[in-house]
Unconditional design. Structure first.
Length: 523
């Protein structure tokens, strides 16, 4: 049995030393690494000093080792206390009184241990035995005071951990739960040994604390790399709708809020449900993971078609300015969609402003500037034709059948004109029963044909009145052509209006071309 215990303590020494070295290498990444290194390094010392005490040694040597082991005991307890506090609150910084307490009490205990041969308040007596455990130690009041202080110090940190476990997120709950279990191992182990009188009175406390150190290391070390405790939980809350991803300085995802998880499940369904522990490069680009000039970068990004992000990357540091990681967010898809809807609405309103609400044709506000531009594009090889169209006897329709029927006639005529127009033609209602058409590229011969087409299309219109009567409205048409790019549209339109007046004055229901001596009767 003693040989097996010596081997166990030797293994504990190696395991604790290796864990301390690994944690120390990661000390720049989080204060938790320093606390873990201090705790496991002290456990290595405690285990190394305890192993020789399991074999027969001269009383003086045994007493020196027993007293020296207090350095490892106190160092491991203080280190675990700080580690637990840092996991419960990543921004924890012991105040002046707290630091003094953690230094002065252990120092006082070590002074009492060093002077114990003169007052025997730590060990009342250390008596040799004929067999294992070779020495019987009777403890004095300072030993029990020291033991009580150690367990109370751990209990104070456990209370903070329990609070974090109750209120924290999944990653924090997992870490806090592991450390709560780790902190309970020494107390539970000693209670079992005392109740069962196992191991012939050997003190296995260093082994129990080694189990605590291993579980604590597992809580903050993952896959050989430091898994930082959530570094910004005070600012990243679960209730906000922004997508928040917290990344440590090594590029590992250490926290994601619920909105962020939902977003990642949507855009990266192949990723694990819990992205914590994954490389952030799995779903964040180099821009989000690169340098942070001024501690923050801000840019817009279409993460995938239809999904827009207003990305704000903010560096997180501790109170000493050391980097802890970065926070990345947020989603603005709804905002972008809202802006697009507003832009569409603005465009719709702008379009409605240049549309006649009754017929849906463009109005005079649209006609004048567009037609003026078309005139400037005219030339000898690209004539521009203008048609002025007026519904014949429209007032009589209103008087006999009502304005609603008159509106129906206007809509029917407008649809006939629009249906006969070609791509590039401009059709507008300029007021009342008057319409204007602009035909780019129509020379006089083409204009004569097309004017006839418009006239015949309107002649085919039939409108049924509420009384059941069927109306066949007719239109008069005046036309004009220009090849002068310097001509004013108003002048060309006035010529077409003059031809329209001639058509109405000579009997209506006909087409007259400006400059014709006689009206051109439709065929």
């Amino acid at each position: 049995m003693p040989a097996a215990l010596v081997a166990a303590f030797t293994l504990a020494t190696v395991l604790n030393a290796a864990t301390a070295a690994l944690a120390w290498r990661q000390r720049a990444r989080t204060p938790a690494a320093r606390a873990l290194a201090a705790a496991t390094g002290s456990l290595a010392l405690w285990s190394a000093l305890t192993a020789p005490q399991l074999v027969r040694l001269p009383p003086a040597v045994h007493a020196v080792l027993a007293h020296a082991s207090f350095a490892g005991i106190l160092g491991s307890v203080v280190g675990l206390h700080l580690l637990f506090r840092l996991v419960a609150d990543p921004h924890f910084q012991p105040g002046r009184a707290h630091r003094a307490h953690l230094v002065l009490v252990p120092t006082a205990i070590l002074l009492a241990v060093a002077t114990d041969p003169w007052h025997h308040l730590v060990f009342a007596a250390i008596s040799p035995l004929p067999g294992p455990p070779w020495y019987d130690s009777r403890f004095g009041p300072l030993f029990w005071a020291h033991a009580g202080w150690c367990y109370l110090l751990l209990l104070a940190a456990d209370v903070r951990l329990a609070r974090a476990w109750l209120t924290g997120t999944s990653v924090l709950r997992a870490q806090a739960g592991t450390l709560l279990l780790a902190g309970a191992v020494p107390l539970a182990g000693n209670v079992v040994l005392t109740a069962t009188h196992a191991f012939s009175g050997q003190d296995l406390t260093p082994l129990f604390f080694t189990a605590t150190g291993v579980l604590a290391a597992r809580a903050v070390l993952r896959g050989g790399l430091l898994r930082v405790v959530p570094v910004a939980r005070g600012a990243v809350v679960d209730t906000i709708g922004d997508h928040i991803v917290v990344v440590d300085v090594g590029g590992t995802v250490v926290d994601v809020n619920p909105a962020g998880r939902a977003h990642l499940r949507l855009v990266r369904p192949h990723l694990p449900r819990d992205p914590v522990g994954l490389p952030a490069s799995e779903f964040l680009g180099p821009r989000a993971l690169g340098d942070l000039p001024g501690g923050q970068v801000h840019y817009a990004l279409e993460y995938r078609p239809g999904v827009h992000l207003d990305v704000k990357v903010t560096a997180i540091t501790d109170r000493r300015g050391r980097p802890l990681g970065r926070v990345v967010g947020r989603d603005v898809t709804d905002l972008v969609q809202t802006r697009r809807r507003l832009e569409e609405l603005r465009a719709q309103l702008a379009e409605e402003a240049v549309r006649d609400p009754l017929t849906g044709l463009h109005n005079r506000r649209h006609l004048d500037p567009v037609a003026a531009g078309l005139v400037r594009g005219a030339g000898p090889d690209r004539p521009l034709a203008v048609l002025a169209v007026d519904v014949d006897h429209f007032k009589a329709v209103n008087d006999a059948h009502g304005h609603a029927t008159g509106d129906d006639v206007l809509v029917a005529v407008a649809h006939a004109l629009a249906a006969t127009a070609r791509t590039g033609d401009l059709v507008a209602r300029t007021g009342g029963e008057e319409f204007v058409l602009v035909l780019p590229g129509a020379d006089p011969a083409a204009l004569a044909r097309r004017a006839g087409d418009f006239h015949r299309a309107c002649a085919a219109v039939r409108v049924t009145t509420p009384a059941g009567d069927v109306l066949s409205p007719t239109v008069s048409v005046g036309t004009a052509v220009t090849t002068d790019p310097a001509a004013a549209f108003a002048v060309v339109l006035a010529r077409a209006d003059g031809a329209l007046y001639e058509a109405k004055a000579t009997g209506r229901d006909r087409v007259v071309h400006a400059g014709d001596a006689e009206p051109a009767h439709p065929r």
